[in-house]
Write a protein that binds this ligand. Structure first.
Ligand code: GAF
Length: 372
């Protein structure tokens, strides 16, 4: 590529999720927001009808795309982009040849959704560059659909929604059924959010993710026999689950129990935030981790270790593994004055235990995808 003079620069953030894992595709509640770590895209039209070049500066790799022939690639990261192009092509034929350079400060496979940042930044950029007339909701849903079809993860809507819709210093209480959402100011002082990246990603993540989704659907089908108005686990409660326990496998029962309880925790956490009750918020984080580890079984040894360490540390109110599962970051609610010492002690202990270096960063809550 010739030296790059962009017409448009787009920043697309990663996200954290205060609480509410795997509740999105069960049409429940989540409490995510964007962070200051992001993927930056530089775009220019190249004057051709259908030849595109996409280059990652961070990973020093590039590929070419013929817009007349969009199909999945062997390289997973290319599929996030190809999927978006494919989904856009179903809605409009206004995209023409473009070049794009991408750089990132987002860790991959760490539960901060670099995938949604990649999809949404690409969709947002093309929408601006070619004046496609897509709404924010179009960008969110087509990015999610791209992930289903081209990447193969049957994800919910949380990550794309957070990547596009977030507002600095707020978390989003999102109802994944109606898509109604409210912004809650994240006033945490004298506490703050610290993200600890376990730097492990167990490769079960994608296949197990889809399995969890199926197990939940199996649960819904059983609950529906007793209560026909139940269309998702969002509509179910603990009493109904108990009444149907005998008809489901223990695994399906535990998956449903986690989701039903996790939905309640999200609503509790939203209230705790509004009412300035950090201790309650912290307790809910610990409960969330216990559930995701023991009932939903998406934890791992490394993140369990990090959360157990947090429990014994004075000044830490709560911690849990964040994101799709099997590694990545834990989110920690930590008193500001002990945060540095906490990170130092837990890093040392973690290294002793696993021989792996922990990385950490503060959860700085940022705006969603935008042109810069
Ligand atoms: C991944 C998915 F992409 C989200 O939709 C969500 O289900 C999350 O895992 C778990 O809460 O990030």
């Amino acid at each position: 590529m010739k030296p790059f003079t962009p017409e448009l620069t787009v920043a697309s953030p990663g996200r954290i999720n205060l609480i509410g894992e795997h509740t999105d595709y069960n049409l429940g509640f989540v409490l995510p927001t964007a962070i200051d770590k992001k993927i930056t895209f530089q775009f220019r039209r190249n004057g051709t009808d259908h030849d595109c070049k996409v280059r990652s500066l961070t990973y020093d790799t590039s590929f070419q795309i013929d817009l007349k022939l969009i199909e999945p690639s062997e390289n997973e990261w290319e599929n996030y982009i190809l999927g978006v192009l494919y989904e856009i092509s179903k809605r409009t034929n206004k995209v023409r040849g473009f070049d794009c350079e991408i750089s990132s400060t987002l860790p991959v496979g760490s539960g901060v959704s670099s995938s949604a940042a990649l999809e949404c930044g690409m969709a947002f950029g093309l929408n601006e560059l070619f004046d496609l007339g897509l709404s924010s909701m179009d960008i969110i849903t087509l990015s999610r659909d791209a992930e289903h079809l081209y990447v193969g993860t049957q994800c919910g809507i949380m990550d794309q929604f957070a990547s596009v819709m977030s507002k600095a210093d707020h978390v989003i209480l999102l109802d994944c059924k109606s898509l109604k959402h409210t912004y809650i100011p994240a006033v945490l002082s004298p506490y703050k959010l610290v993200l600890l990246n376990s730097n492990v990603t167990h490769n079960l993540a994608s296949s197990e993710y889809n399995t969890r989704r199926k197990e939940c659907e199996e649960g819904v089908a059983i609950l529906q026999k007793k209560e026909p108005s139940v269309n998702s686990l969002r509509d179910a409660n603990s009493e109904l689950l108990q009444a149907c326990k005998g008809e489901m496998s223990d695994t399906v029962y535990r998956r449903c129990k986690f989701i039903i309880e996790e939905n309640q925790r999200v609503l509790g956490a939203a209230d705790a935030l509004k009412n300035n009750e950090p201790e309650l918020l912290g307790t809910l984080l610990y409960q969330g981790h216990h559930g995701l580890s023991k009932l939903y079984e998406i934890g791992c040894e490394e993140t369990d270790y990090l959360v157990d360490f947090a429990k014994d540390y004075d000044g830490v109110l709560g911690a849990r593994q964040m994101g799709g599962g099997f590694g990545g970051c834990t989110i920690n609610l930590v008193r500001e004055d002990v945060a540095d010492a906490y990170v130092e002690s837990i890093s040392e202990a973690y290294f002793k235990q696993f021989g792996i270096r922990l990385s950490s960063f503060d959860g700085i809550l940022a705006d969603g995808t935008s042109a810069v």
